[in-house]
Design a protein around this ligand. Structure first.
Ligand code: BG6
Length: 478
């Protein structure tokens, strides 16, 4: 037993974190273009006054404007992926390149042509594009007009965009994902749904509504994919959450269950076609009434995904004991706390390879659908030695242990896994902090947190290691 012969090894990026060229060839300003960089970014996303001001009067540094200029370097970057032996490359389409305002009468041909060239370049090397339809960006016009996904008006606009790209890239793209980390809207409403929450008391109602609208849009994308691209497969994408009860008090296990349940209810709907009953009761208790369309139930029921994809970086612990519940891991948007048994990354994300095996088994038991790990990796500072080498052994260690855990889940536990794409295979802008110094890549990019640097690409030690991993289909990990 080992990884299947056609196992899809590769790497992943998102348009806004990599492309740059934020106004080129007719692209519209998108939500990601109005967020500053730096450690204060999360505070800005949660308290949206600064972002609102940036829309009217953009002052300061916006890292996504230029990012790592994948827009002009994609040929060189994809050649490097091919050199590593990638079987797949996950990227997203920037919706605002195709419909600059989200509601334009016709698509932007230059935007469509750009992705044609990117996919052609991948296919030239036998790399399957794995395409996310929505990765945390949308035209800012849709925020201004509709307050983003909280409004149902956005659903048909998204469906039109999706049908446009399906028709255009038919025959080129066989793997699609609907919404990146759909569950993150609960934690970051602006980033996940392009939505401003002015009254904190309304936050929950607005998030559940925006997410209902995304679920319907996701199901409509599945429907369109099955109609227009019968040979393609389409999946959902969730930020996985493995949470441990802090100790064996039953209350902690109940807390863990509630946290996980809340995390996966969206995937439950996308994979099974119905809301879990607890959600209905929960919303009723909170006096939240969702604005349902006439056909929503039928649309959700009839259009479930072909596979379930997820990101995995770390795990957290939960406790209801107030004495320890305050000890949160930093950078932890899920709200769990620090696990004393685990080490953390420089950004406070707790490192837990066995947690990946647990997540794989949990998700496979729950959905019985093929899985796809579409993000995993270590964000770390890299040092370029005087001779130009980047010896990122810490990254190799992290990935090796996670691949071992994944291997055990496939070989010993029988999990059906389609592939593995490491996050930020080329260094890109961090989503949570907007920093460049939080690097995940096998390929180093000369650019700093202020946007200075040559943008030159160079191979890190992990580049050669991952090349061997792929060449041996995961047999050689040392
Ligand atoms: C996931 C996102 O949450 O984590 C990516 O889908 C993101 O967009 C990745 O970049 C890593 O997070 P960060 O904040 O380290 O970039």
């Amino acid at each position: 037993m080992s990884f299947p012969k056609n196992f899809l090894w590769g790497g992943a990026i998102a348009a806004h974190q990599a492309e740059g060229a934020y106004l080129e060839d007719g692209k519209g300003i998108a939500t990601c273009d109005v967020m500053h960089g730096g450690k204060g970014r999360i505070a800005e996303i949660l308290d949206i006054k600064a972002i609102k001001a940036n829309i009217e009067n953009p002052l300061g540094y916006f890292p996504e404007h230029d990012a790592v200029d994948f827009y002009h370097h994609y040929k060189e970057d994809i050649a490097l992926f091919a050199e590593m032996g990638f079987k797949t490359f996950r990227l997203s389409i920037a919706w605002a390149r195709i419909f600059p305002n989200g509601d334009d009468a016709a698509p932007n041909e230059a935007g469509l042509a750009f992705y044609d060239s990117v996919f052609d370049e991948c296919l030239k090397y036998g790399i399957e594009p794995l395409v996310t339809l929505s990765h945390w960006e949308m035209a800012i016009n849709l925020t201004k007009k509709y307050n983003g996904w909280v409004s149902r008006e956005v659903i048909p606009l998204f469906e039109r965009y999706v049908r446009t790209v399906f028709a255009r890239y038919k025959g080129k793209v066989k793997y699609w994902l609907t919404f990146n980390e759909i569950n993150m809207t609960l934690h970051m409403p602006f980033m996940g749904s392009g939505m401003f929450v002015d009254d904190p008391a309304q936050k929950e109602a607005m998030c559940y509504q925006a997410l209902h609208n995304q679920l319907v849009a996701s199901a409509l994308a599945v429907k369109a994919c099955h109609e227009l691209l019968p040979d393609a497969k389409i999946g959902c994408m969730v930020a996985s959450l493995t949470a441990y009860p802090y100790d064996c008090r039953p209350e902690d296990t109940w807390e863990k269950m509630e946290m996980e349940r809340k995390n996966y209810y969206l995937t439950d709907v996308q994979a099974r076609g119905v809301y879990p009953s607890w959600v209905k009761n929960y919303l009723a208790r909170k006096n939240i009434t969702l604005n349902y369309g006439d056909f929503d139930e039928k649309t959700l029921r009839e259009n479930t995904v072909d596979f379930v994809s997820f990101s995995y970086y770390s795990t957290s612990a939960v406790s209801t004991d107030p004495a320890i519940a305050g000890d949160k891991g930093t950078g932890n948007l899920f709200g769990g706390m620090k696990n004393p048994h685990l080490k953390s990354s420089e950004w406070g994300w707790q490192i837990d390879p066995l947690g990946l095996r647990i997540a794989l088994n949990f998700l496979y038991d729950r959905y019985q659908k093929p899985l796809f790990i579409v993000e995993n990796g270590l964000g770390a500072k890299d040092v370029v030695e005087a001779n130009g080498e980047i010896n990122d052994d810490y990254r190799i260690d992290y990935l090796r242990e996670h691949i071992k855990a994944m291997k055990a889940a496939v070989e010993e536990d029988g999990v059906d896994l389609l592939g593995y794409t490491t996050w930020g295979c080329i260094d890109i802008i961090s989503a949570s902090t907007g920093e460049m110094s939080k690097r995940y890549g096998f390929i180093y990019i000369d650019r700093d947190d202020e946007g200075k640097g040559t943008l030159n690409r160079s191979r890190k030690k992990s580049f050669f290691w991952y090349k061997d991993v792929i060449a041996t289909n995961g047999e050689k990990l040392s």
